[in-house]
Design a protein around this ligand. Structure first.
Ligand code: NOJ
Length: 469
């Protein structure tokens, strides 16, 4: 089987991780510009001031993408570049940068797939409460509209938010991301609700404009599986999926929140403060979603957590995505299993779980169109005589593309695959020591770009439409 012509084989990035130019051409300060400068927050104090300088080198980068043959490039717009103070005037220089980037993609026939929020928010809004403040919702809708109006003639695929669970849980539970708050469960749930409302309102606005494109959201997809058949562990997996999948997917795709979570958090006093109007908006927007984007890296293996006395604390070191933590409510624990394989960062490698997860997703949400908006291997790539021989990445992506073929043959409505990432970029907390890209960036020599082995491999895969996968 080949990947169909209308299936995108692409790759992705995010503004803060690649652009740099943090204070150029009228860009406002973002929450990440501030957060990364607080001592101890990131590995060796790395930040995105320069990142990989995509802002100045986008032409060179897009040319490489074209050489690779990418069908599509997923990138994000930096909100503070467009509306520096979050809610005021539009910065024309910011619009100009993305116009140029979009036009450069189109010049080579690369379809731009645009994320509106990949975590960098104007600092002014963060200071005023960020996602816990409903004014941020209004500001976001205004920003989203500004983007649709400026770019919508050429951009026909939009993602509102990237990985709400990650920026909300790290923002308000572990404190590993801005605003760096720990253990505030009430704020965590409020932030998620405000994001879902912002998504729903933006979807409605987009459809009103009749630009005839697609809009959706990108969520983490880490389905939880019980380690065995014990009832208590199966209940743990159910709980994990309700809190980490259903809580996130239901309000978007069904327009309502799951009863199981509502009942629990109501008892605990964590129910968000929501209005009937907001709940109606969720309901109204749900059928307007054109797709769901999934970032799939690994599944979760879970057991019932019995160490209930333990203080559940996450730090930068233990919130890196590797198993071994108790959930924030102490109900379950993720574990590493002897019979599974793991990356150097302790993430499980399991293309089979992607297929199983997709089948469950279909049971819950039907035939909604799906894009895998991220998937890839974080590694310290071997460099031998100046060549970057990233065989493990090739193997990883190949296995996942094979799983995607299998899922398509089982009737899953998959329409695209975006490898993370197109180019080596800044890890939010880990600097540059973990690489994901097809293109290497030489931090010792002027940020020079160099093609990795995987670059040539992916080019061939795209040329052959995956025939030999
Ligand atoms: C998902 C995030 O969207 C992306 O920004 C991050 O770099 C990757 N995961 C890898 O951790």
């Amino acid at each position: 089987m080949k990947f169909p012509k209308d299936f995108f084989l692409g790759a992705a990035s995010a503004s803060y991780q690649v652009e740099g130019a943090w204070n150029e051409d009228g860009k406002g300060v973002s929450n990440w510009d501030v957060f990364t400068k607080i001592p101890g927050k990131t590995f060796e104090g790395t930040n995105g001031d320069v990142a990989v300088d995509h802002y100045h080198r986008y032409k060179e980068d897009v040319k490489l993408m074209a050489e690779m043959g990418l069908d599509s490039y997923r990138f994000s717009v930096s909100w503070p570049r467009i509306i520096p103070d979050g809610d005021g005037e539009i910065n024309q220089k910011g619009i100009e940068f993305y116009n140029n980037l979009i036009d450069e993609c189109l010049k080579y026939g690369i379809v731009p797939f645009v994320t509106l929020y990949h975590w960098d928010m104007p600092e002014v809004l963060e200071k005023a409460g960020g996602w816990t403040n409903k004014k941020t919702v209004d500001a976001f809708v205004k920003y989203a509209k500004a983007c649709f109006e400026a770019f919508g003639d050429r951009v026909k695929r939009w993602i509102t938010f990237n990985e709400t669970i990650v920026f909300c849980s790290n923002g308000y539970l572990s404190g590993a991301h801005p605003p760096g708050i720990t253990g505030d469960v009430k704020k965590y749930f409020q932030a998620t609700h405000n994001v879902f409302t912002a998504h729903a309102r933006s979807v409605i606005e987009y459809k009103k404009l009749k630009q005839y494109g697609e809009i959706g959201i990108t969520h983490v997809f880490s389905p939880a599986f019980s380690v065995d058949d014990k009832e208590e562990n199966k209940a743990a997996a159910y709980h994990a999926n309700q809190y980490e999948i259903t809580w996130y997917y239901d309000p978007i795709l069904k327009g309502k929140y799951p009863e199981y979570v509502i009942k629990n958090i109501e008892k605990q006093g964590f129910l968000p403060d929501w209005t009937d109007e907001e709940l109606n908006t969720l309901r109204e927007a749900a059928p307007l979603n054109d797709f769901i984007g999934l970032n799939y890296y690994q599944p979760q293996r879970v057991i019932k957590n019995h160490d209930t006395g333990e203080k559940i604390e996450r730090t930068r070191e233990n919130s890196t995505g590797a198993p071994g933590n108790a959930s924030f409510d102490g109900f379950y624990r993720t574990v590493k299993m002897d019979d599974k394989t793991y990356t150097k960062w302790g993430w499980e490698i399991s293309p089979e779980s992607l297929i199983l997860g997709l089948e469950k997703l279909k049971e819950q949400y039907g035939d909604i169109k799906i894009y895998i908006t991220e998937n890839g291997l974080g590694d310290q790539d071997p460099i031998i005589e100046d060549e970057i021989l990233d065989m493990p990445r090739i193997k990883f992506i190949e296995a996942h593309l094979r799983a995607i073929k299998e899922a398509i043959s089982r009737g899953i409505n998959l329409k695209g695959y975006y490898a993370w990432s197109v180019i080596d970029l800044l890890s939010w907390l880990n600097g540059y020591k973990k690489q994901y890209g097809f293109i290497y960036v030489d931090h010792k020599h002027n940020l020079d770009r160099k093609k990795k082995l995987s670059f040539y491999w992916y080019k061939k895969v795209i040329e052959e439409r995956g025939k030999n996968i």
